[in-house]
Design a protein around this ligand. Structure first.
Ligand SMILES: [Zn+2]
Length: 447
């Protein structure tokens, strides 16, 4: 008998954690952190005994998929962690950074000392299009999810009373058109799919159009002698931005304009990206083969230390600053916002989704003023938002992922808020005529 139980990302976007019991074997797919409005859920006990989990499979290195791994290990999990090599290398950086951020909270979930034992359990690497046999003949396979570097969707195959069964966990699925990494690969068959539905109710702006807007906004600001501040996520989005800026640099559009990458995490993640040329799009691979670094160019300066970072403030000429965090909740971007939000020539360029309640969202929806780090500021800078760079597939992409699967008995929707789930469910029923179920947290499902 095989049972699935939702332990997170059910009728919510964060805290991905899916428990699968096949006979006596217990498998966990992802162990992510709850973020934003659901943060308090991190303090609830796991809905299973961590000591009894036989395998932990990680789809990718975003914190809402790996952020509670050190906690799981602290609570007794001590078996293999299965993921791609790239996910492991990025997870090392993300978990150490997460531990540091958690220390600023009143009740830190874990500390840096808890990250080390968790990292020791990694080492069972599975790459795209490979399979691995677990106990009792259970087979797992990975395909490129096209979401971020190293991200995989997982297929688990097993037998129940001699009947073959298969279940796909989508992980987070990327758009078909990506800026730097290679695109999503589809599974062809499965009885059951658990699919992320983050953008199940909407369509993204075309990526080419978003790229054009990105370059146009930057050039206009530089022409006005202003500064461009780009709040950016350290993982994948920053590398995409560096790649686009390199294109501008190669065309001679950034001559004399310093570009600062002001985030130690993003600087480290960019180095890891350089180790995986085969995971990039053909265009980027060709560039690497020709001896070019796709994320470096003449005008780029990385500011790792605090001292180097504060020097940026002394540069009184047009410049571009890329800094974290992506939603302006922490990190160095806050100082740059304080410095430039009241400058009418400058531009704050948002290139990622801003969750409700975050400083990023407040700036976008501003009414002319804002308070940051105790400073009351008048907002005079231009504020622009570009949404076509999303690392998630939109409704069309998600429908294609499902439509590629032959032999489906039911589609289970996870990883989205309720109104989006309802809209996506209706769309699937209407267009693909499949049985659909919205998964609730702690719900147990026989598969
Ligand atoms: Zn993700």
């Amino acid at each position: 008998m095989a049972y699935y139980t939702a332990q997170g990302a059910a009728m919510e976007v964060t805290g991905s954690c899916h428990h699968l019991k096949i006979g006596k074997i217990q498998i966990l797919i992802d162990c992510g952190m709850f973020q934003g409005k659901d943060e308090e859920l991190n303090y609830e006990e796991f809905g299973f005994d961590p000591k009894k989990i036989d395998y932990l499979i990680l789809t990718h290195a975003h914190l809402d998929h790996i952020g509670r791994v050190p906690l799981l290990v602290k609570k007794g999990f001590n078996k293999k962690i299965i993921c791609t090599k790239a996910t492991y290398e990025i997870a090392k950086l993300m978990l150490a950074n997460s531990a540091n951020i958690l220390q600023e909270k009143p009740k830190p979930l874990y500390n840096i000392g808890d990250v080390e034992p968790a990292l020791k359990l990694f080492g069972a690497f599975l790459e795209y299009n490979e399979t691995m046999t677990l106990k009792e003949g259970i087979k797992i396979g990975f395909k490129n999810a096209g979401h971020i570097l190293g991200a995989a969707s997982v297929k688990i195959k097993f037998k129940e009373e001699n009947i073959k069964k298969s279940v796909v966990f989508s992980g987070d699925i990327g758009q078909e058109a990506r800026i730097i990494t290679s695109k999503v690969d589809f599974w062809k068959k499965a009885n059951t799919v658990f699919i992320e539905s983050t953008y199940g109710a909407s369509l993204h702006e075309n990526i080419t159009l978003s790229t054009k807007k990105f370059k146009k906004h930057i050039l206009q600001t530089l022409k006005n002698k202003g500064t461009v501040v780009i709040p950016s996520f350290a993982l994948e989005r920053t590398q995409e931005i560096l790649f686009l800026l390199k294109q501008m640099s190669q065309k001679g559009l950034l001559q004399g304009i310093p570009v600062y990458l002001d985030s130690p995490l993003a600087i480290n993640v960019t180095k890891v990206f350089g180790n995986y040329p085969r995971l990039f799009s053909k265009k980027v691979q060709k560039m690497i083969e020709a001896g070019e670094n796709p994320f470096d160019f003449q005008e780029l300066q990385t500011t790792y230390s605090k001292e180097e970072s504060t020097q940026i403030n002394k540069v009184n000429k047009p410049k571009i600053i890329i800094a974290g965090s992506g939603m302006c909740e922490g990190g160095r971007v806050k100082y740059h916002l304080v410095r430039h939000l009241s400058d009418s020539n400058s531009l704050i360029l948002f290139i990622g989704y801003q969750v409700q309640g975050t400083l990023g969202r407040k700036i976008i929806n501003h009414n002319g003023e804002i308070t940051i780090a105790g400073q009351h500021l008048k907002i005079e800078a231009h504020i622009e938002q570009i949404d076509g760079f999303s690392a998630h597939a939109d409704q069309k992409g998600l429908l294609k992922f499902i439509d590629n699967l032959k032999g489906l008995e039911c589609v289970y929707l996870i990883h989205a808020d309720e109104p989006k789930l309802e809209a996506f469910k209706e769309k699937i029923k209407e267009t693909l005529h499949q049985k659909v179920h919205i998964v609730k947290r702690h719900e147990s499902i026989y598969i």
